[in-house]
Write a protein that binds this ligand. Structure first.
Ligand code: MCN
Ligand code: CUN
Length: 796
């Protein structure tokens, strides 16, 4: 099989788009993973370890009348049974969420979503703990649930958060961005205005490994060690210190190998807190691991935005303004993980890749009787929703103007000379060159031939669709002046030590969940300091071993910690230069750095390698005046701006007119994430994100019935794509470096998840054009497509 990757890779890497040294090297972590030698939370087994299981609410909304734990306590293998009332006595029944709300660790007064934590059992083994859950008798007084987000603010709707003083309705926040009056003025005089209701359904990241932890509290020296499925070990440690009142220096959070995070492992879940409490109470290590249903029903969901998009344009296709109204379902507790000043995440980039005159967004967020969460699943802090909105509404406009969707986009692109470009909602795009990326995608796709083929097939009554999307992402939060999580500024520490024999250790605050950081961060340091990646160990995921930083999400590792790694290596190199000048007995100005060695200018024979310098830094003899021994450095990097990767995606689908089944025949993705570190890893990230996109566009939705029962509690009901549903991805790349990142790299980990759903939906809607259909909501399952074809009303 020849993939586009092969066809284009050689050409791509031979031009000036060279990735950083060692480019496509194999992943250093893979020998461990492919041999089944990864070490995940559930592999942690400590002597005397107990097991914790959580009793969860079977109903969505109910008052707790009574809880009888006596039978469970009498179970011979049970060590403790804890309820919300018991936690309340210690002031631990509630914990802060990442968005400044509070969430019940165990319910005391009411349960507010199906699957909410009500009590926990600690037992000698996992099975006994689960068995004992069945012995707990809870009497519920069932209340009317709020499941329809559109009714959450109706007068008389049951108030979910009556725990909050003075709360009389289900309102969470109102938020707006852009200029309402200026936008209204543009809309009032525009030739064409198109408006469309668009739903981005609630979906779940569904990582292979569910959430869990092992808490080990040492009563003698008061130390807590927590192995935990976390994407942000340092931030979690600080929050545990605040919640549990433990001194921060006595808490060690270890994130071992993680079997996929996708944002679902950013929040602190009640289960972690329960395990810590259980270990403190019993004095033994305690393990908690969720099962699949618990993961799907109670951990951070994603999306759940109901949007009305409006676009104003001139008759000849100049887009003038975009306006949107959003109703956001935040579930029972507002557990969204987003920088404090950004309650709607980075949804403000809904103006997309287009040069507009005005834009405005108004959003209302509400509580419903559903699990908390809101930004997981490779969302780039809500850019998924923003990109879906703009790319769907631009296609609606193309439909009304009877214009080719590519031509409409190209006509409105922000031009290369407009960067840095300030959008009408205040985001400053660092760099971009959009048209070549679009053209590259068209070239790989054979866009014009595809349109010709489509015309022929349509004439035969076949349903073939071609969908396009073009996205600009904003990744790499901070800068810290604008961005913090619960008061913790979004900057990242990094530390580099070179040992006497020239081997190195780089310590990161970010934490990989499968993205290959052990490889790519070694590559960044290798490029800067000339030590081969094999000789550089990447240490992460352990607060005792690494400097403070905010963790991995929003594709921030490369933009923030990647920059930190490059700069810390340069700092070490600067010191190495001083030592080299002493060793070669020339002035610093006479030295030239070339791949791993300092050379005396004009005397190529005279040089010292970084390894020679490392030994000298630690060895006998004098160093130049004022230079300390050792060869190491540390920094805390505060990014100047986000980085703005972009991409052009083209999707080709065929729909079976008899069954309404959508088949993704081809998918072409051209991504631009600035300077590339490891093109192979980038392709892997893109392949994964595209697969996510097929899932969301065609299969995935966490649905609820009228009683608030979650209908997506198993992978039989919540469908995720397999290799059978996805095509051979065809990828291509362009490179527009970030001007402010030390190596010009931008993030890429969420690009394909962000960019692909609109391309797929646009393709399906394009295939359905003969039916006069302009829009249909995800997931485009056969039944939804069938209904759309029959002109049936769309589900709410
Ligand atoms: N990379 C590169 N060159 C670039 C940019 C990135 O070689 N110019 C490489 C990086 O070095 C890194 C990988 O690509 O190895 C992803 O980098 P980056 O875009 O910085 O994203 P993060 O490392 O911060 O990863 C987070 C991102 C997010 S937020 C989600 S959600 C997601 C994603 O990554 N979750 C994932 N990809 C995932 N991939 C796996 N396997 N598992 C997850 O849980
Ligand atoms: Cu929003 S999912 Mo990723 O940022 O961890």
């Amino acid at each position: 099989m020849t993939t586009t990757d092969d066809r284009f890779a050689a050409e791509f890497e031979s031009n000036d788009h060279k990735p950083v040294g060692y480019g496509r090297m194999l992943r250093k972590e893979d020998p461990r993973f492919v041999r089944g030698k990864g070490r995940y939370c559930d592999d942690v087994r400590l002597p005397g370890m107990l097991h914790l299981a959580i009793l969860r609410s079977p109903v969505a909304h109910a008052r707790i009348v009574s809880i009888d734990t006596s039978a469970a306590e009498a179970h011979p293998k049970v060590k403790a049974v804890v309820t919300g009332a018991a936690l309340a006595e210690k002031g631990l029944a509630w914990m802060p969420t990442l968005s400044g709300d509070v969430q019940a660790v165990l319910a005391t007064d009411k349960v507010r979503f199906q699957g909410q934590e009500v009590a926990f059992v600690v037992a000698e083994d996992h099975y006994a703990a689960r068995d004992a859950l069945e012995l707990i008798d809870v009497e519920y007084d069932v209340l009317e649930p709020v499941t329809d987000v559109r009714r959450a603010l109706d007068p008389g709707a049951p108030v979910i958060r009556d725990d909050l003083e003075g709360k009389e309705n289900n309102h969470v926040f109102d938020w707006e961005t852009g200029d309402e009056a200026a936008t209204e003025a543009v809309f009032a005089t525009a030739d064409v205005v198109v408006s469309q209701d668009i739903v981005y359904p609630r979906v779940h990241p569904a990582p292979m490994e569910t959430c869990g932890c092992v808490a080990d509290y040492d009563r003698i020296d008061g130390r807590l060690t927590l192995w935990s499925t976390t994407q942000a070990p340092h931030a979690h440690r600080t929050l545990y210190a605040i919640v549990a009142g433990l001194p921060e220096h006595k808490i060690r959070v270890i994130a071992p190998d993680i079997g996929g995070g996708f944002g679902g492992k950013v929040p602190i879940y009640p289960g972690y807190v329960c395990a810590i409490v259980a270990s403190i109470v019993t004095g033994k290590p305690v393990k908690w691991m969720e099962d699949r249903s618990e993961n799907l029903t109670s951990t951070g969901f994603a999306r759940d935005y109901i949007m009305r998009g409006e676009i104003a344009a001139s008759r000849d296709g100049k887009i003038l303004a975009v306006r949107t109204n959003v109703l956001a379902d935040h579930g029972a507790f507002n557990g969204v993980a987003a920088p404090v000043k950004y309650p709607a995440g980075f949804f403000g980039v809904f103006t997309g890749s287009y040069d507009l005159q005005a834009a405005y967004c108004r959003m209302t967020a509400v509580h419903t009787n559903k699990a908390p969460g809101g930004v997981a699943y490779a969302c780039s802090f809500r850019i998924t929703e923003a990109v879906y909105l703009i790319e769907r509404i631009v296609d609606c406009l193309a439909y009304e103007l009877e214009m080719d969707p590519v031509e409409l986009r190209v006509r409105n692109f922000i031009q290369p000379d407009q960067f840095p470009y300030r959008t009408k909602t205040g985001w400053v795009y660092d760099s971009g060159d959009y048209e070549p990326t679009m053209r590259r995608a068209m070239e790989i796709a054979g866009y014009h031939e595809l349109r010709a083929e489509q015309a022929e097939r349509r004439a035969r009554g076949e349903l073939m669709g071609i969908g396009v999307s073009f996205f600009t992402e904003a990744v790499g939060a901070g800068p810290r002046k604008d961005m913090d999580i619960l008061g913790l500024g979004m900057a990242d520490g990094c530390e580099l030590r070179v040992h006497p024999t020239g081997k190195a250790v780089v310590r990161l605050s970010v934490q990989t969940q499968g993205q290959g950081h052990e490889t790519t961060f070694a590559q960044i340091v290798a490029e800067e300091i000339g030590i081969p990646p094999a000789d550089i160990d990447v240490v992460h995921g352990d607060t005792d071993q690494t400097p403070f930083g905010l963790g991995t999400y929003g594709s921030r590792s490369t933009p923030v910690s990647g920059a930190a790694a490059a700069l810390v290596a340069r700092k070490v190199r600067d010191k190495a230069r001083l030592i080299a000048s002493g060793m070669l007995e020339v002035s610093v100005a006479d030295l030239e750095w070339r791949k791993g060695a300092f050379h005396v200018k004009g005397d190529p024979g005279k040089s010292v390698t970084i390894q020679d310098i490392a030994m000298r830094a630690h060895g006998a003899g004098d160093l130049p005046e004022g230079v300390e021994g050792g060869l190491e450095a540390q920094i805390c990097y505060n990014p100047e701006n986000l980085t703005y990767p972009h991409g052009a995606y083209i999707c080709v689908v065929d729909i079976d007119p008899g069954t309404a089944q959508v088949k993704v025949r081809r998918f072409i993705a051209v991504d631009d994430c600035g300077t590339q570190i490891n093109p192979m890893i980038i392709e892997g990230q893109v392949h994964g994100g595209l697969t996510d996109g097929v899932g969301m566009a065609l299969m995935e939705m966490i649905a609820f019935d009228e009683d608030g029962n979650c209908l997506g509690g198993s992978l039989m009901d919540y469908l995720i794509p397999t290799s059978l549903e996805v095509p051979d991805w065809e990828t291509g790349f362009t490179v527009t470096p970030s001007p402010h990142h030390p190596i010009g790299a931008k993030g890429v980990g969420e690009s394909a998840t962000v960019g692909s759903p609109p391309a797929i939906v646009n393709a399906v809607v394009d295939a359905l054009k003969p039916f006069g259909i302009r829009h249909a909501d995800m997931p485009l399952t056969p039944s939804r497509v069938w209904d759309a074809m029959r002109g049936a009303p769309q589900p709410p």
